[in-house]
Design a protein around this ligand. Structure first.
Ligand code: URA
Length: 300
């Protein structure tokens, strides 16, 4: 690739658009790092033979008739596998069912939320982990009577390791404050998927299935009196709701360890930021949530 100074503004814009589409949408450092050269396998430790290859400049993305384009050898690969598989490899090697079964075992073995966080941190069955900076486990008060479950962390959440701290999280806080609730006191917050999907795309069904046992266990351990699913994906994953616009604001039930609790799908604050007209519906749902919360019997 030519040096940056020799690129025209239009070429630079094309490259940035390419990065954004690939999920590379924030700069983490002033200079680029060549992670391939950085020593997972130092060249001196590599035996002869084997090759890691990269598409040579001038290769087309799709070679005619499905054949591979010519490849240029960059460095040698090790003849023996490294001791521990890297997360992306481990995730890729597990099928969706196996990943969900493994997640189920790990989640079931957790006796506390701290255990569960540790179990999730050790779980390599979801490929999103490999591209995320941080695990976003939860925020708010685990003893709060309302639990909110969103979709997946975004860029700010990934950087801070906390759910709902970016612009949509700030709107969520204002929405809660408008009905006298706060995450410091009344609300515990998590996501269906605790690692950021690249480019903030919606998590795939496979990613949600792999992580689902953890959020189910997290709800069990937090044991809230009211569950609110935020947005379509978490409403579908936890309440089997199809079509958030039709389902929002309806009270359903969710089974927490044998106890039926009221559960409501709500519109996602990111959607409200894009479609402020829907704030009217969100306000009606918030008032309904407030009424349910205030009608809860006192805890002994
Ligand atoms: N959107 C979500 O669904 N969850 C977050 O944590 C942030 C944005």
């Amino acid at each position: 690739m030519p040096a940056a100074q020799t690129l025209s503004p239009a070429e630079l814009a094309d490259i940035l658009a390419f990065y954004a589409e690939a999920g590379v949408d924030c700069a983490l450092d002033e200079v680029a790092h060549d992670r391939f050269a950085e020593g997972a396998f130092p060249a001196s430790a590599l035996p002869e033979g084997g090759a890691v290859t990269q598409r040579a400049s001038g290769d087309t993305a799709d070679a005619p008739s499905g054949q591979s384009a010519p490849r240029r050898v960059l460095s040698r690969a090790p003849a023996v596998a490294p001791e521990a598989p890297r997360p992306a490899l481990a995730a890729a090697s597990l099928g969706a069912d196996a990943a969900a079964a493994y997640a189920g075992e790990l989640a079931a073995s957790a006796r506390t939320l701290d255990d569960l966080r540790a179990a999730l941190a050790s779980f390599d069955g979801c490929a999103l982990k490999a591209g995320a900076k941080n695990l976003c486990f939860a925020d708010g008060n685990p003893a709060g009577r309302i639990m909110l479950v969103g979709e997946a962390p975004g860029e700010d959440e990934d950087r801070q390791g906390l759910p709902f701290v970016g612009v949509s999280g700030q709107l969520l806080d204002r929405m809660l404050a408008a009905i006298g609730l706060s995450r410091a006191e009344h609300v515990y917050i998590a996501n269906i998927v605790p690692w950021r999907p690249p480019g903030n795309r919606t998590p795939t069904t496979q990613e949600m299935l792999a992580c689902r046992p953890f959020i189910v266990r997290q709800i069990e351990l937090a044991n809230p009196d009211i569950l609110v699913t935020i947005g379509g994906p978490s409403s579908q994953a936890l309440l089997d709701v199809k079509g958030i616009m039709a389902a929002r604001g309806r009270w359903l039930t969710y089974n927490v360890g044998g106890r039926e609790i009221p559960a409501m799908p709500m519109l996602h604050p990111a959607y409200l930021l894009r479609s402020p007209i829907a704030k009217r519906q969100a306000w009606a749902d918030l008032l309904s949530l407030k009424a349910r919360h205030d009608a809860l019997p006192h805890r002994p």
